[in-house]
Write a protein that binds this ligand. Structure first.
Ligand code: SF4
Length: 352
């Protein structure tokens, strides 16, 4: 039976699971249906998150020189991209950078380090940073994004005060080998599961615009649903010079809105975050995207500049939303944090 987008909203509000044919219909929305699609997804967004936007801030603890070969990443093995490379920022510098983001309205700081995964000393380093950060800003949530985890490391991060762990699936299982040869899709799934078992709120998302088909996109979104991720960052491929995806421009603003709507319909109560590449791909439609997503990264990303933080805050206000945690009032009680596992973050050095 033919379903309208409003039928889908009613179905999702009643707790149904989005079916594949409906997911594909969302991606196939014609240009003249896009506003209706956004309005429908906005009903789900408002039902679960009210008028609040969660603001996140990235601090790049360690940049570049990664031995992995993720095709989309400017920090990959052999990348010629012109980025800053450095090894482990001092805790003071991390707190200084994070403070700027918190003062701009961020309620979560995402600590990101390039590399395959942390060693034992790296976990100690992050623990020291988190201790200093939480002493300076007791209410802040901290998400770590350090790569593939080994048994026991999530527990150590959790004990150190880390609230969430980010590790993106990035794309569908079928496409994974096309974008990386140094680790597998199941390695990534395993890390998200380890994070969950260690008491960290799982954050896992996507990079779209890498040539994936609609079916593959639906596979990836359904996999994130099955993984029960608390937050889903959606990165839009930034085709860095010096990487194999240089000059790959497969997205337009309406396609980005359809993808965000797919994530919202599939995971209505999950934090959906506008992540790397939103400015270059959503362009003038970014404010519309806030009616679907309920979270964004403030300002700059890892190895590239986002729009100025003030422009983000103005955009949020102009679209009729408020930053979560900045204006306490009774409305806050109807804004669930969606942190079912405790405490939630971008791909390990995402497309950023
Ligand atoms: S995404 Fe992470 S693991 Fe992959 S190349 Fe970039 S920094 Fe390395």
């Amino acid at each position: 039976m033919f379903k309208t987008f409003d039928d889908l909203v009613e179905q999702q509000l009643a707790g149904a699971q989005l079916e594949r044919e409906d997911a594909l219909a969302v991606l196939a929305a014609t240009d003249d249906q896009v506003l209706d699609l956004v309005a429908a997804a906005a009903r789900l967004r408002r039902a679960h998150f009210g008028d609040r936007v969660k603001v996140n801030y990235l601090v790049n603890l360690k940049s570049g020189l990664c031995p992995e070969d993720c095709t989309y990443c400017s920090q990959r093995l052999g990348s010629n991209a012109e980025i800053l490379t450095y090894s482990w920022l001092s805790p003071d510098k991390v707190v200084e950078q994070a403070t700027a983001g918190i003062q701009g309205g961020a309620s979560r700081v995402c600590l990101v380090a390039s590399g395959r995964g942390p060693g034992s000393r790296d976990i100690d380093r992050v623990a020291t940073v988190v201790d200093e950060l939480k002493s300076a800003h007791p209410g802040v949530e901290v998400c770590a994004c350090l790569g593939l985890l080994k048994e026991g490391q999530a527990d150590r991060l959790s004990a150190a005060g880390v609230d969430a762990y980010n590790h993106n699936l990035n794309t569908s299982e079928d496409r994974y080998a096309d974008i990386c040869s140094t680790h597998t899709y199941s390695d990534r799934v395993d890390t998200v599961e380890l994070a969950k078992r260690g008491g960290l709120s799982p954050c896992s998302g996507l990079i779209v615009g890498m040539g994936e088909s609609d079916d593959e996109l639906v596979d990836a979104v359904f996999a994130l649903r099955d993984l029960d991720s608390d937050s889903i960052p959606i990165n839009f491929l930034m085709p860095f010079d010096g990487t194999p995806f240089a000059d790959t421009w497969l997205l337009d603003p309406r396609r980005c809105l359809r993808i965000l709507a797919l994530a919202r319909f599939a995971c209505p109560a999950t934090e959906i975050r506008l992540a790397g590449g939103r400015e270059m791909h959503l362009r003038s439609l970014q404010p519309l995207a806030l009616h679907v997503a309920n979270s964004l990264f403030l300002g700059d990303y890892l190895t590239s500049e986002g729009q100025a933080a003030k422009a983000d805050l103005d955009m949020i206000a102009d679209a009729g939303f408020r930053v979560l945690g900045t204006q306490p009032d009774t409305d806050d009680v109807r804004v669930p944090l969606a942190l079912r596992h405790r405490g939630a973050g971008t791909d390990h050095a995402p497309n950023a």
